[in-house]
Structure formats: C-alpha cells, structure tokens
Ligand binder design. Structure first.
Ligand code: AMP
Length: 422
C-alpha cells in the first residue's frame, strides 16, 4: 500500500519513519516533507492546504491511506475532501476536528456531558468578558477561541492583565481565531497528556508521553510548541489513566458520536491533574509534536494496521505492543525561538550523532544546501534516544546532542526532570 503523510515537521518525520518500517507499506510519500524527511519518505512538493493537488497526487499514485499530521488541514476539512474523492484518510472530519479548532465547542460539549473541565465563559464582547473576569478574580485564563499555533492562551496573574488580554484578542492579535474569547478558571496541579486512537466508537490508548512546553530550563520562560518529550511518564498512573478514560475520553467519544460527528483519528487530551481529579484543559486532534517522536521509537507493533483500523472503524481488533524501554527527545531550536528565529545557520556533526546506539534524529526544520545541513525553522531537530529507563534514554539523547555542532542553536538541558523527580 502507498501512504501519504501530510506535513513537514519532526512529528511527520517520526510518522514516516514508523510507517516506512511497515511490511505493508510500499512507497511512503510526504507532502511537502523536507530534506531531512527525505531519508524516510519520498517528498512531494505540495502544501498541506493545497487539497486539490493532494487529491490529484493520491489518485495518480494509488495512495491507499493518507495520514494528516497538523491540525490546520484537519480543521479545514482535508479528511472530508479526501474521503469524498474515495481516498481513505486517517484523521477527524472538519466537524470532529472542532474539538481543537474551537475551544468554545469543546467547553460546551464538556458542559453538556458533565466532562470535568475549568469553569468558563464565551464572549464576543469585551465588556461582558471583563465583567466575568471581575466576578471571578485573578489568576484567570484568557484564550482565543480558534487555532492560534499554541500562542492564543494568556495566564493572567491580575484582573488588569486579563482585561488587557481580552482587548488584545478583540483587537485582532490572533486574527479570526480571536473573534471569540474564552475566559476560564485557573486550574492548579501537574499537567499531563493522554493519547488514544479512536475509530468513532472504540478507543485504544497509546503509551503515555509528556512534553516540556516552556522554552527554558526548570520550565521557565514563554510557551513553545514543545522543547522536548519523554515516554513513559510516571504522572499518569494506571489509576489516573482509568479515571481519564472513564470521566473524560469515553464520555467525549460517546458524545461526539451521539451528536452526529463521530471522532476518528488520534485524540490528544491536555490534562491538569488537580486535587479533585483530572480535568480537561484542551483537546488536540493530532499527534503531539514532539510527543510523537518518543512514541514511535517505543512501538513494538506495526503502526500501519492500527491507523487503517482506526479509519475503518475496527480498532477493537487491534492491540499495540510497546517496548519496555523509555524514550526521550531533546528539541534543538534556532536562537530567537519562540520569537523570530535565525535561519540559514550550518549544522554539523549530525551523521556522527545519528550513528550512536539507540539514537534517531528527527528533522523539524532543516534543508540541504550544497551538501551541508542548514536550519530553516524555529524548532529544527528532535534528538531522540531509547534506553533501558528514562535516565539511560536521557543520557544517550544528551550525548548525541553534544556531538552536534551548531553554535546558533539552543536546547534545554533538563528534559525529563519532572519524571525523574517523581
Ligand atoms: P492550551 O493551548 O489550552 O493547552 O493552553 C496552553 C497552556 O496554558 C496549557 O498547556 C497550560 O499550561 C495553560 N493553561 C491553559 N488553560 C489553563 C487553565 N484553565 N488553568 C491553568 N493553566 C491553563
């Protein structure tokens, strides 16, 4: 079977790498992919939002399954368009992708079905939002309703800061994504992620994985797309996982089916583990990046049949086996990230680092120029290692990072610290 992975980041590199290893896979295409991804897939120069060209490519190349990496094309209806053209696709329809595309949609769904989440209000008017803030007090959280590349959330320490965030949203800071604003109660606890494959009805939880969102050591500084990840994570114990399944994931999957938009794809719940139990912070409708980069190396089973079964609605016939080893990924980013990142600097030592035992380097933003590797984006590399436990995986990942010669890059030195202090 020929496969098409849509996207170009470290997540898509990890997906291509895992799918290329499947005995069922013939050609794995990646659109648009990157020079780094080209070692695992045949890259085709088509943008993820160019649905017409993606469909034409699938038809011409007998693609049997499309795996959509990023949320943008999912929310914009790529899976609907592919399926309408007779092309099987892994991922939610546009209607189901609202779980990520509209925070208000998800909060209302939670309210209707008793799914634990922070108390909230939805606003299209600053005065009403400000009144809600005054009645609840600070700290309080202000969010743009729509997709804002992970940047549309402000944790406001004071009521004034919250009102300023509301004003920013309505002034267009996040474009159309901020036309509606959500204000919600501040939750306290440890954050955790939960990933499951969902076929509309059946649910198959994946191994646990956790990322580090802040740019600086000790989880300080601004939020990023993720500076590193590890799997498994001790924060989500078996008992907590069961509670998350019973109180959050199963009710959501049932609610989506009952309301006429069954969810198919990978469901990624961002959780806060509070004193009164796990609460949903948000849903994402795709794999986490970099979490995907630690999940794929831990997979013992062939991933492709699980993705096909998810799309076909027969996930109840699938079981995934995971390696006992831990995996840890250190993201290397270009200086300036998460602000404006420097582009074009040369990265050396990659081949040497990649030959280390248990190490895989996923490319998130590199290109080959005249035989040298250069940085093209904010997050550039995901240096991933497996080891007998998290400490071993961490030691290997950092040993590999230390072989990479990239003075214009930076990374966190403490990925995995939360797990190791549990
Ligand atoms: P989101 O994009 O909704 O996941 O929010 C980004 C980050 O903001 C989360 O990973 C949390 O660290 C934080 N956050 C979001 N909502 C809340 C909340 N209600 N209480 C505390 N922290 C939150």
């Amino acid at each position: 079977m020929n496969i098409l992975v849509v996207g170009s980041g470290g997540r898509e590199h990890a997906l291509c790498w895992a799918l290329a290893a499947s005995p069922l896979a013939d050609v794995v295409f990646c659109a648009p992919g990157s020079d780094g991804i080209a070692e695992a897939a045949t890259c085709v120069d088509i943008a993820p939002m160019d649905f017409g060209s993606l469909i034409a490519h699938c038809k011409m190349n007998d693609v049997g399954l499309v795996v959509v990496g990023p949320e943008g094309p999912l929310v914009a209806g790529l899976v609907d368009r592919l399926e309408a053209n007779g092309i099987a696709a892994f991922g939610p329809t546009a209607a189901a992708a609202q779980l990520e595309g509209s925070k208000g949609f998800t909060k209302d769904l939670c309210a209707r079905h008793g799914i634990p989440t922070a108390a909230y209000g939805r606003f299209t008017d600053a005065n009403a939002a400000n009144a809600f803030i005054a009645s609840h007090g600070a700290p309080i959280v202000v969010k743009a309703d729509g997709l804002a590349a992970g940047k549309g959330v402000v944790i406001a320490e004071t009521e004034d800061a919250a009102c300023a965030a509301v004003a920013d949203c309505f002034a267009g800071k996040f474009g159309a994504a901020g036309a509606e604003v959500l204000v919600e109660e501040f939750l306290e606890g440890e954050e955790a992620s939960f990933f499951a494959l969902v076929d509309g009805e059946h649910i198959l939880p994946l191994a646990s994985a956790q990322d580090h969102k802040r740019v600086g050591d000790g989880d300080t500084g601004p939020n990023t797309g993720g500076m590193g990840a590890y799997s498994p994570t001790p924060a989500v114990t078996g008992a907590i996982a069961e509670e998350v399944m019973n109180r959050i994931i199963r009710p959501t999957v049932r609610a989506m089916a009952d309301e006429g938009c069954p969810y198919r794809g990978v469901l990624y719940a961002g959780l806060m583990l509070t004193d009164s139990g796990p609460q949903l912070i948000e849903y994402n409708v795709r794999f986490g990046d970099p979490e995907c980069q630690v999940l794929m190396p831990r997979l013992f089973s062939d991933f492709l049949p699980a993705l096909i079964a998810t799309r076909d609605g027969v996930l109840n016939h699938v079981d995934l086996r995971w390696r006992d080893e831990a995996a840890l990924c250190v993201v290397m980013a270009a200086r300036g990230y998460p602000g404006v990142a420097e582009k074009g600097s040369v990265i050396g030592g990659l081949e040497d680092a990649a030959t280390m035992d248990g190490v895989t380097i996923f490319h998130a933003g590199t290109a080959q120029h005249d035989g040298v590797t250069v940085a093209t984006g904010g997050r550039v590399l995901g240096v991933t290692a497996v080891g007998s436990d998290l400490a071993a995986a961490q030691a290997r990942a950092y040993a590999a990072v230390d072989r990479i010669d990239w003075p214009e890059g930076f990374f966190r030195r403490d990925i995995g610290w939360r797990a190791r202090t549990h």
